[in-house]
Design a protein around this ligand. Sequence first.
Ligand code: NIG
Ligand code: FE
Length: 412
Amino acid sequence: MEKTLIGPFIQLLPLSGLPLKGALKDEALQIIPNAAILVSQGKIHKVGIFSDLEKEADTIEYVEGDAVCLPGFIDAHTHICFGGSRAKDYAMRNAGKTYLEIAKAGGGIWDTVTKTRQATEEELLKGVIQRSKVHLNNGITTLEIKSGYGLSVDEELKMLRAIKKASEAVTQDIVPTCLAAHMKPKDWSGSSTSYLEEISNQLFPLLKSEGLANRIDAFIEDSAFSAEEIAPYFKAAKSYGFDLTVHADQFTTSGSQTAIDYGAISADHLEASGEKEIVNLAKSNTISVALPGASIGLGCDFTPARNILDLGGALAIASDHNPGSAPMGDLLTQASILGTFEKLSNAEVLSGITFRAAKALNLHDRGCLKTGNVADFVVFPTNNYQEITYHQGQLRPSMIFKNGKHVAPHPY
Ligand code: NIG
Ligand code: FE
């Protein structure tokens, strides 16, 4: 089998062999100096010192100059399939208007639902491809994308078909998630329960037969669905074999307990979580996902990331990129800023967007650089990994590799 050696890298952070849960000191990072990656058929054959691996290589792709290599970043929570813009909401919020006032003025999630319904599948596809390219240039090699702005069987199908087509067109691996339980649609005259029944009866079988999603998400919140309403929905989802994830504890608590009770792979947001919720999550197998982009977009508190780690939780960090609460969408910037506010080590920030993020998507072949994993990695133009979070996202990757191929950065 043809083997290609890529390197040398002044530093390589494999992020392998580290614990899934709990605090991490930078001293735990087993940095390899003068390193390289031996790639075979898109997978990592070996990671090690360049001069040790040279003799095993059939070809060598030399990396010139300052270079620090990390696993490709994983954004485990986005809503980048949408129509319209919510710049007006943003301006109103910053002018002191309340959630209710913004909704009354035609803003909020429902505005994006209206614009997304007006868009064709083709238009949605173009938007997803364009945003995915920006994420790729920022080092994201695996990207989760949710539906949730269609809110009817047909409109959710339109979104998820656009996401599926995008996954065939973009460089990243896309993980599609159905968020039909984002809010009760305003044009649904029945109860929340009857809406969720319609989705589980009509949409779930189609998601399976068309291969459109293998994850079901729900927004558990006063403005969306209660834990009681979501219980039968999650039971139905489990009977189909879907993985579960929850928009939990964003403004009020209860979502995280539902996530634990139903064995959800992740509980995302958690800005409102207290000690009880954090301890229970830490005891469970559910990964906690912080979404600093939503805190920055809304001007709200950050997820208590320090506490989650100190109490033994598994912390991933994702962008929540969406037109309403998190329009910026730059994961490295947001994770770095979360680090400054929550006093996270480099190891904790970088783990949150690599191997711990992989676990939040139930992916076991990526997130760290070790033999057998997909050869997804990013290179930064520096000789010291500490520069990466220090520049809070402004130090951009100089090279991005997907399945062992140099794919980016590329012009938009
Ligand atoms: O994750 N919290 C619920 N949903 C999204 C916001 C979506 C929107 O405002 O359009 C979130 O922040
Ligand atoms: Fe979200």
